[in-house]
Design a protein around this ligand. Structure first.
Ligand SMILES: N[C@@H](CCC(=O)N[C@@H](CS)C(=O)NCC(=O)O)C(=O)O
Length: 218
């Protein structure tokens, strides 16, 4: 078994935070063993809960180093440190790394998590909806689009001219957010999303998710 086959990823092909790490795996063609979190595979879920009682995924288990890595951003930094390839996902320069981490946090907190909130609300029973929460989530995404629109007038990728962790974060966040809160005529943001969707790593993630798209609410 190759060293990389020691990487066991607990994920679902439709789950947005899983897309984020899949982009990183595919950027550097890192092999891994799949453990799909789905009803048909209760063992994977049991293992996930053993690793992480919150049962949030993705979770990475590096069996060779007996290391469980939790949180999408940390998984990507871990891959960069131990299985790095042609795409350096965290810049070596400290200041550039800080900007990359900031953009990653920004995409997660102001686009991705509000997007998740809107999706989760669609799945709630009719008598347990949270309209105020959904309104606030939409406002956050709109505001974030404004920030991205300004930033992307001078950048190719989220933290500069190189594809990084921040773009792994932006790809799922913007793809799904655009379905719920359209980017519309914000042309820099739309062009950035188009660049992300044309990136081979993300194209592959989208193609693999396609059979599951009917499960996406709305
Ligand atoms: N901050 C976490 C978020 C992970 C997360 O929310 N994952 C979703 C799937 S995209 C999940 O586990 N949902 C199932 C649940 O919340 O029970 C990360 O970056 O990995």
């Amino acid at each position: 078994m190759s060293e990389k086959r020691n990487l066991h990823l607990y994920f679902h092909p439709l789950a947005s935070f899983c897309w984020k790490v899949l982009v990183a795996f595919y950027e550097n063609e890192i092999e891994f063993e799949s453990h799909l979190i789905e009803q048909a595979n209760p063992e994977a879920y049991e293992e996930l809960v053993r690793f992480w009682p919150f049962a949030k995924f993705p979770v990475l288990h590096d069996r060779a180093r007996d290391k469980v890595v939790i949180e999408s951003s940390i998984i990507i930094e871990y891959l960069d440190q131990h299985h790095g390839g042609r795409t350096k996902l965290l810049p070596a320069d400290a200041e550039a790394a800080l900007e990359t981490r900031f953009q990653d946090r920004f995409m997660d907190m102001y686009v991705h998590e509000p997007m998740q909130k809107i999706v989760a609300d669609k799945l709630r029973p009719a008598d347990q909806k949270d309209p105020l929460g959904v309104t606030k989530a939409k406002e956050s995404i709109e505001k974030a689009y404004g920030v991205i629109e300004r930033q992307m007038s001078t950048r190719t990728w989220a933290s500069g001219e190189a594809f990084t962790l921040a773009d792994c974060a932006a790809a799922p966040a913007l793809h799904y957010a655009n379905r719920l809160v359209p980017i519309g005529d914000r042309k820099n943001t739309a062009a950035y999303l188009a660049r992300l969707e044309a990136r081979p790593s993300f194209k592959r993630v989208l193609a693999e998710a396609k059979p599951y798209f009917h499960l996406f609410p709305g």
